[in-house]
Design a protein around this ligand. Sequence first.
Ligand code: ADP
Ligand code: MG
Length: 451
Amino acid sequence: MNKEELWETVLAQIQFKISKANFATWFKNTEIINKEGEKILISVPNAFSKEWLEQKYNKFILKTLHDLDRGIREIKYVIGENKKKEASIQNNISSAVIADQLDFEEFKINKATNLNPRYTFENFVVGPFNEIAHAAAWAISKEPGVVYNPLFIYGGVGLGKTHLIQAVGNKITENCADKKIKYSSAEKFISGIVNSIKNHSIESFKEEYQKIDVLIIDDIQFLAGKEKTQEEFFHLFNSLYEKNKQIILSSDRLPKAIPSLEERLRSRFEGGMIADIGIPDYETRLAILKTKTKQKGVNLSDEILEYIAFSIQNNIREIEGALNRIIAYKRLNNKTVTLESVKSLLKKIIKTPRKIVTPSQLIKLVAQFYDLKEEDLFTSSRRKEVVKPRQIAMYLLRKDLKNSYPTIGRKLGGKDHTTVIYGCEKITEELGENESLVEEIRLIRQRIHSG
Ligand code: ADP
Ligand code: MG
């Protein structure tokens, strides 16, 4: 096999094992330039690919090469001169992929606790929008099981719930090494239960959980409608609670807004401390950006940071994503970043502050939010689990999409326009006295408009 064929064969194999985007980013414009004894020389388009291939893919590439040619034991990556131009053309897709990767940089999830060490109190920025949640979490990390139990943190997507509840876990690990901590997403927890029932290992699954001192379950709203899991969770909750073990939960909404959640669980969730995380104000967004640039060791002008803080408002994850994109761009091009290039890089994220949704997309989102099928909203059912979401759909179609009453009626399975008017009025009225409804509608809107 000559070197071209060898590399082609390697690429063909690698292609199957990693995502398309990753493949295009890291392996495009690479080639074998030489083979010197046990050593293979691979040409790569730029310094960043070189670093990445060396650190993340070297083992993998070496194994693939070694399987094809037992003589090969070492790889050296060199930056190829003639490829530089092509690389910069490709930068735009690459920077998106690299930006995603920056998120995972160097952090290893702890196998025993499932905690990601990147989420700490030290790098959690506190502002008016999250200070109560932060204070409660901090207090718990000092005295787990004593002050607030359970702690229930709720708020919209990308606002720091996972970060905060994992920070508690990481802090406790640091302070008291002997405490047994477990973090799990509700989805993982549910599938754990379902699988262990299937495998007849539910008893040992439960025993494992009984030994925990601090249990952290993320996105607990996913328990909606999962009866069997709710039942198991209820018993687990009680037995940990009675032993003064700390329980920490996060959710995208208040307990009473989680659909088909058993009453007894709801009242348990409400029995401790409930704290919300809202939308960060401009000052805090800027502070977050400054903390993150410092952490990542990059320098961006105030003008650029202010532009990002001003343009991305509702979601800290998006702010971070934007920043990662700019950093990736900077590393690839190796030059100072101007405000103009930032604007063009972020065009896609920022251009449409309000995403345009169609009525059917809106109806779908409302149904999903309440764990219903769209068709449920088209029926004439008088069940309150259906009536309220249906009226909320009417309200949002009217307020946000400016649909006419008869149109809304048609979209919702042929209702009379008077029913729609009544529905919209009902919600408007209730918004004045029901804070939880205000919160729910805020969350639904966040999904509708930020996608
Ligand atoms: P949620 O769980 O609410 O969807 P995450 O906790 O995953 O949100 O946060 C999204 C991203 O924003 C994470 O990378 C997180 O580190 C970051 N983040 C959120 N809140 C803060 C904060 N107050 N300070 C610093 N980074 C934050
Ligand atoms: Mg989360």
